[in-house]
Design a binder for this molecule. Structure first.
Ligand SMILES: [Zn+2]
Length: 588
């Protein structure tokens, strides 16, 4: 367990209860009387699928959303799922083989997940997760049936003898039942398409993959590889993650579809897409691109999905090779707006540009491309390849991927349009609470992680003030952290080291405080002297910024203490380059 997590647990033990550490550790506390008033994460609409883009119905004008005003207090389920407690930390995931039979008529699942892991320390208990009402049928170590205790979605598995550090073990977790359908995208939904055929899809990031299959349902640890064997009625198609291995008629009316994932994968990225799909394919270099749509939408899909190739080209230009080349890239029609399932991006954006028919940033650029193809696929680099180790740091997925949208715009249409596109995000920002939330409690960051996160990165580009260095930093940072699960501190340390600058106060101000920095400017009666300083929560906040006029910017180096400059500009003439720096300005 890292020091950081310990600190987080200590913080909680003060605010919530002394019992908390006990129940994180021993798993079974008397009851959840210590938890603050229950506010299940799933009642928060943003919790449903936070890594999908915010709902497109959002107003283009600023408004106060109570949901952003304060982070919901974690309940017992969130604590058990969010904490990286001792029965998670004592092992390292290596491999899953999920075999699941899906019965569309009964809307039920029955399956087994083979979980292979290496013990990191001696122990006789581990924590996996499976949410009710799904049933645990049995858990086997070889032929030995293991004892277990269920608690609020967690399943604590006890072994008859001590598992030894360094040794690899494999257990088979059998389960069955009717999974819940809940949250923005349903978690798992049993639908029919407009032609009346079965259409079953999963999208479970916020609510957790243990909604529909047993796994170690957290963000810090990932398997290295995975196999999926999905048994579905004959005639349907399953599209899951990874490379399609083949299908086998099981002779009982069901066909098994086998998929192999050759890379680490988030639990929530593991996906079923079962339907009457038709398929077409393309290729970009060595990357096989497979597209799946309903038959009625095939022509529209062939036109719209062509954008995926340009997306891959743009992101490969900035960051390097598509992260999951051995698995290929897939784009799959789904009955919700979209989700970044690894190597199997799901799509429901009406086969139109923009986002659900709208000019998403309201400045005329969004209608040039399909927001879902560009955004969700960007997560292959930030979210799927580089993954936050705790949901608290999810801006690593969403802030970066929102910034990637602007890189796509820049690659296609140039810098000016990219800056314009990003500026269109400003009215969506609330600045009501910090972007980085509490660790270890499955806490969901506010929506600002998307837009403010992207504008912070654009601001950093201006701070570095050398595009060649910026592009190298982006590329090298991605390459350094790819396939890893990291925290904000890792990104900050990398940027400090590779720029030679102390960017920590800047990252902290944007990520760990609600307010953005405000440039205070004091003008005298006549042009001549201007006083300036930053108003910021970070005491040593010092960020260069361009001021003056657009055809003659000069770089100021304000700190949180007053300084003065000579200027012939009047208060009205004196401008601040807020297109390239996301800051407030107060002129007096
Ligand atoms: Zn996203």
């Amino acid at each position: 367990m890292s020091c950081m997590i310990r600190a987080s647990l200590r913080a909680h033990s003060r605010t919530l209860s002394a019992c908390l550490l006990a129940f994180l550790g021993a798993a079974v506390c008397a009851q959840s009387q210590n938890a603050a008033p229950a506010q299940p994460a799933q009642t928060n609409p943003q919790s449903a699928a936070p890594s999908a883009p915010p709902a497109a119905t959002q107003s283009a004008t600023p408004r106060v959303r109570p949901i952003d005003a304060a982070a919901p207090l974690p309940d017992r389920t969130a604590m058990l799922r969010g904490a990286y407690g001792p029965f998670r930390a004592n092992n390292d995931l290596l491999y899953y083989h999920l075999t699941v039979r899906v019965d569309p008529a009964d809307q039920s699942l029955r399956g087994n997940n083979t979980v292979r892991f290496r013990m990191l320390k001696d122990g006789s208990r581990i924590q996996l997760d499976l949410q009710e009402p799904l049933q645990v049928d049995k858990i086997l170590l070889g032929s030995t049936q293991l004892q277990y205790q269920r608690d609020s979605g967690a399943v604590f598995i006890d072994f008859p003898q001590t598992l030894r550090a360094g040794q690899v073990y494999s257990i088979d977790f059998y389960y069955s039942g009717h999974p819940r359908t809940t949250g923005r995208f349903g978690g798992i939904t049993f639908k029919t398409d407009p032609a009346g055929h079965t259409w079953i899809n999963t999208a479970c990031e916020g609510i957790g993959a243990s909604l529909w299959w047993p796994d170690k349902d957290q963000w810090r640890d990932e398997v290295d590889t995975m196999d999926l064997s999905v048994e579905i009625p004959n005639g349907l198609t399953d599209v899951s993650n990874g490379k399609f291995i083949g299908k086998t008629d099981l002779g009982d009316g069901y066909t098994r579809w086998d998929w192999h994932v050759s890379y680490p994968i988030n639990n929530y990225d593991v996906s079923l897409n079962i339907g009457d799909y038709v398929h077409f394919s393309d290729r970009l270099g060595d990357v096989l691109m497979d597209f799946y749509a309903l038959p009625a939408d095939l022509d529209k899909a062939k036109t719209q999905f062509a954008q995926a190739k340009g997306m891959l080209e743009a992101y490969q230009h900035y960051f390097g090779e598509y992260p999951f080349a051995k698995d290929g890239y897939k784009l799959i029609e789904a009955p919700y707006s979209g989700m970044e399932h690894q190597s199997a991006v799901t799509y429901g954006n009406l086969f139109e540009n923009g986002y659900l028919g709208r000019d998403w940033t309201g400045v005329g650029i969004s209608p040039r491309f399909d927001f879902i193809i560009i955004h969700e696929s960007g997560h292959e680099w930030f979210g799927n390849s580089i993954t936050a180790a705790d949901p608290s740091d999810m801006w690593i997925h969403e802030g970066w991927t929102t910034y990637l949208e602007s890189l796509y715009v820049e690659y296609r249409w140039g810098t000016a349009d990219a800056i314009k596109y990003l500026s269109g995000y400003k009215p969506k920002i609330h600045n009501l609470r910090p972007i980085v939330g509490e660790r270890g409690v499955n806490a969901e960051p506010p929506e600002d992680q998307y837009f403010k996160g992207a504008l912070m990165l654009n601001t950093l580009r201006s701070v570095i003030h050398n595009d060649a260095a910026w592009w190298k930093l982006l590329h090298d940072l991605y390459q350094h952290f790819k396939y890893q699960n990291i925290l904000t501190e890792d990104i900050v340390a990398y940027c400090n080291q590779h720029t030679g600058m102390n960017l920590t106060p800047i990252f902290n101000q944007y990520l760990r405080h609600a307010q953005i920095p405000r440039l205070e400017l004091l003008f005298g009666e006549a042009p001549g002297m201007v006083l300036y300083k930053w108003r910021a929560d970070e005491e040593d906040f010092a960020m260069p910024i361009r001021v003056g006029t657009p055809d003659h910017w000069q770089i100021l180096h304000p700190t949180t203490h007053w300084q003065s400059m000579q200027s012939d500009l009047t208060k009205d003439q004196f401008a601040v380059d807020t297109d390239h720096y996301y800051v407030d300005v107060n002129k007096q």
